[in-house]
Design a protein around this ligand. Structure first.
Ligand SMILES: *Cc1c(COP(=O)(O)O)cnc(C)c1O
Length: 372
């Protein structure tokens, strides 16, 4: 029986255990401690500046980013349509109103033209959340310029794109606030965790304050604001410090995986890989393929054949505009059919685990091509 090939699993480099050991020996086994402080500094250094606050998840980081921008009851927030629900669920936590913006074909990310059109329809926007899907940067300069022109702060959801660059600058640094995720399936992991990035130290301090139950500086437990239990634990931060050491290696490994898929699957006239726009260097967190319209084979048939061969795949994110929970929300597109809704049934995510051998990757490609 062939060994199973996973989509993407955590990859330890051996240094994590040293940090965990240190945390245990010094009894810093809590949602604060020296690894948390150091991890925050190392993250800010890695992305090239600003300040970082480490939390228990990327979702928590997005929630606190929205709070920091004052998003509350009834406020309109624009968000990428083709994404994981964690990008927009925090909008609902604050009882604000998400409006979804379609993708553009070049990067599958938020379409600048659709964003402009959305501003025409809904001029009062409290925040914009742009996602770098599967590690590929959005058209971040155009998106940031449009937001700036309309006076709206931008949140860059870089949960999937840590290590990617756009015009030579690290993603996570293009919005007023950036967010990262260290969930188990992301390019680096802390088992579960996230971070908020911002150049304004006051915002970062405030987010840390909320994340530790909003305790006023008093001897007794006093709270003037609603608090959350969102801080990252010192053990998790230790894993993150170890993982950060091989982030660049993971990016190059995942880039090789993408290139091998592109070379092997490119011979088929119906298969395209997820596009790489100019001006950027994606981390290739997940390699995806999409079938040209008119292809006689469906993405589901390919996923089923891979499953029979013990190869794990995943459909593309189902657009938020097609999610039952978000069915009432407005959706703005300049394309017919909308790009996100058109991509969804035609695409799939391929195994992108850095521990996959070249032979295993050949097995994946063979299992894709044999369906035709
Ligand atoms: C993973 C992810 C998140 C949320 O991160 P968690 O750490 O799992 O809470 C947010 N946005 C996107 C696009 C993601 O892929």
């Amino acid at each position: 029986m062939n060994k199973s090939i996973p989509l993407s699993t955590p990859t330890m480099n051996g240094t994590e255990v040293k940090y965990i050991q240190e945390a245990i020996e010094t009894n810093w086994v809590s949602p604060l401690g020296p690894h948390v402080d150091a991890f925050e500094k190392e993250l800010a250094t890695y992305v090239g500046g600003g300040y970082a606050a480490a939390f228990s998840s990327g979702t928590a980081a997005i929630h606190l980013a929205l709070k920091a921008l004052g998003v509350s009851d009834g406020d309109v927030v624009f968000c990428s349509d083709l994404t994981f629900a964690a990008s927009c669920n925090p909008i609902k936590y604050e009882r604000a109103v998400p409006i979804f913006i379609d993708s553009e074909p070049d990067s599958w990310n938020m379409c600048p033209k659709a964003l402009e059109l959305a501003y025409g329809k809904y001029p009062n926007v409290k925040a914009v959340i742009v996602v770098n899907l599967y590690g590929t940067p959005a058209k971040l300069d155009e998106i940031a310029e449009i937001c700036h022109r309309h006076g709206t702060p931008l949140i860059e959801d870089a949960a999937e794109s840590l290590g990617s660059t756009f015009k030579g600058k690290q993603t996570g640094r293009f919005g007023y606030i950036g967010i990262l995720s260290f969930n188990g399936n992301k390019i680096i992991t802390t088992s579960g965790g996230g971070a908020l990035l911002c150049d304004d130290e006051e915002i970062v301090k405030k987010a840390r304050f909320w994340s530790t139950q909003s305790r006023d500086p008093a001897r007794h437990y006093q709270h003037s604001e609603l608090g959350y239990n969102y801080r990252m634990s010192n053990i998790c931060a230790g894993i993150g410090r170890g993982q950060l050491g091989t982030l660049d290696l993971r990016v190059s490994q995942k880039t090789e995986i993408y290139s091998r898929y592109a070379a092997a699957l490119g011979s088929n006239e119906f298969i395209r890989m997820n596009p790489i726009p100019g001006n950027c260097k994606p981390n290739h967190w997940l390699s995806c393929m999409v079938l040209e319209s008119g292809c006689p084979i469906s993405a589901i048939e390919i996923m089923e054949n891979l499953e029979r061969n013990r190869i794990e795949t995943r459909p593309l994110w189902k657009p938020m505009s097609l999610q039952p929970y978000y069915g009432d929300c407005a959706f703005v597109s300049v394309a017919n059919p909308p790009v996100s809704q058109d991509l969804f049934p035609r695409g799939l995510c391929l195994p992108s685990d850095v521990k996959m051998t070249e032979e295993e990757q050949v097995r994946v490609c063979d299992a894709v091509l044999e369906v035709f």
